[in-house]
Design a protein around this ligand. Structure first.
Ligand code: TYD
Ligand code: MG
Length: 459
């Protein structure tokens, strides 16, 4: 294909320049020019030339009522925890973006998944741009997959990848990673915003037109965003994100966006000597093992996706210097500052001259406000130097007025905790069960100060 001349477009004002410039000639903004493909001439579409032919046919307009709704054809990979986050399996024509820190296990998981899918009879293709075929084979040997029928292609040029897809017709293809792929239509380097966006767009089109499922591996920047453009997240159907502490063997795969299933669903894996293994009862791993209760620890029942999880929240309150610090790991820092203000204003507990650290055990990231009450109780427990009773847990959102608001699906949370042998709880009034739950003593509260009062009464 003849190379088209690319343009540089200002992301602030839309002005263009034939060359890259530090400063936009139209609006004067700095560092806003991004390489883009020029507008196609009328009647000519850049997707109509090989190897993109067939990706851009015009479709007739039809009334919604005339369009047949079809369920997505899904294939379960057999890796149960992965299927759970995907919403039941890999979807025909679906595009999945999977992000995470380097070394967390993206390539490992996808190689295992492809092998499992290939064994169910789906033709697969693993495109590796980061590692050589030999390196992939080495990993496969470690995983006990040395005789795997998965097809491997070591290639980074988009046009060649698309041509191979066209020839091989895989049902599932993995691109590891999208940042290494480049199109020779653009002169910018692989991994640049323009390249990542353009390559992802082509691969998405190929998926939609052929029914092939595509999994794009994406890198994560230091700030935690999927590197390159956030726009990738809009293009794809599903965004999965690997979480976890590289020092612990546990890994969480979370669905941030899913057009084919529930968001915030999580799959839990353990990294072993022979790859990632699903963890079917994950609650136990987010609780640290104290033989007797310790001050500054409170168990939270959080609802990640469709499954309740028990997570230990730890807090340490210690006398600070002139400007005390508030740090949180796995929890939102702004929310922590807000909770400390509520604690002071409504319960009269001041931490103004104290350093406050909070941590969610096991490297899990908690974003739901229903964690508020457990965070506050862990903080006050540390401040008083008094442990919460054995078998204690809490959940509930705390508002700025000091009110304790209900958490969604409270009954499920209570039942999960009871199942795991927990016995005492402080929960929002609206979440109190109508009938008592066996083995569970529940203290329903409406206000923060009430919750602290109850806990003081418990010892
Ligand atoms: P990898 O899948 O290469 O990570 P990513 O693609 O996200 O960068 O995972 C690499 C890490 O996992 C590496 O530190 C080694 C470890 N590992 C195991 O512990 N067991 C295994 O069976 C494999 C294949 C890797
Ligand atoms: Mg990798």
């Amino acid at each position: 294909m003849a190379k088209e001349k690319t343009l540089f477009t200002c992301s602030a004002c839309g002005g263009t320049s034939p060359r890259w410039l530090g400063k936009c000639p139209s609006c004067g903004a700095w560092n806003t020019l991004v390489e883009t493909m020029p507008e196609a001439e009328p009647g000519k579409n850049r997707y109509s030339a090989a190897p993109f032919a067939g990706l851009a046919q015009a479709q007739a307009v039809q009334p919604l009522a005339a369009i047949e709704a079809r369920d997505f054809a899904r294939t379960a990979s057999g890796l149960e925890e992965l299927d759970r986050v995907l919403g039941g399996g890999i979807v025909e024509g679906g595009v999945v973006l999977i992000g995470g820190d380097p070394g967390i296990g993206k390539s490992t998981l996808l190689l295992q998944a492809l092998d499992a899918l290939q064994r169910t009879g789906l033709p697969t293709l693993y495109v590796t741009g980061e590692e050589s075929g030999a390196q992939v084979a080495l990993r496969a040997r470690r995983l006990g997959l040395e005789h795997s029928p998965v097809q491997v292609l070591a290639e980074i040029q988009l046009e060649k990848i698309l041509a191979t897809m066209d020839a091989q017709q895989p049902a599932v293809a993995v691109i590891d990673s999208i940042q290494t792929v480049y199109s020779d239509q653009l002169s910018s380097a692989p991994g640049s915003v323009a390249q990542v966006r353009e390559c992802a767009a082509h691969l998405t089109r190929a998926a939609k037109s052929s029914g092939m499922a595509v999994v794009l591996v994406g890198h994560v920047t230091k700030e935690g965003a999927l590197a390159g453009p956030r726009v990738l997240e809009h293009m794809v159907d599903t965004v999965l994100y690997f979480e976890g502490d590289t020092h612990s063997p546990f890994r969480l795969v979370r669905a941030i966006k899913n057009r084919f299933g529930a968001v915030n669903e999580i799959g839990v894996f353990a990294m072993t000597e022979r790859g990632l293994k699903g963890v079917s009862n994950p609650s136990a791993i987010f609780l640290s093992q104290h033989s007797t209760p310790v001050p500054g620890s409170c168990v939270l029942v959080t609802l990640e996706g469709t499954r309740p999880l028990l997570v230990e929240i730890q807090a340490l309150v210690d006398s600070g210097g002139p400007s005390p610090r508030r740090l949180s790991v796995g929890l939102d820092r702004d929310r922590l500052a807000m909770l400390l203000a509520v604690l002071h204003r409504h319960a009269g507990v001041a931490c103004a001259d104290q350093d406050v650290f909070v941590n969610a055990v096991g490297g899990v990231r908690i974003s739901e406000p229903a964690s508020d009450l457990a965070v506050l109780l862990a903080i006050t427990s540390s401040l008083r130097g008094k442990a919460l009773p054995k078998g204690f847990f809490a959940f509930g959102e705390v508002g700025l007025a000091g009110e304790v608001r209900p958490a969604p699906r409270g009954q499920e949370r209570l039942r999960e905790a009871a199942k795991l042998g927990f016995s005492v709880a402080v929960v929002p009034k609206a979440n109190a069960p109508k009938k008592p739950i066996e083995g569970l003593t529940i203290h329903a509260v409406e206000r923060v100060e009430e919750a602290l009062e109850v806990v003081r009464g418990l010892g």
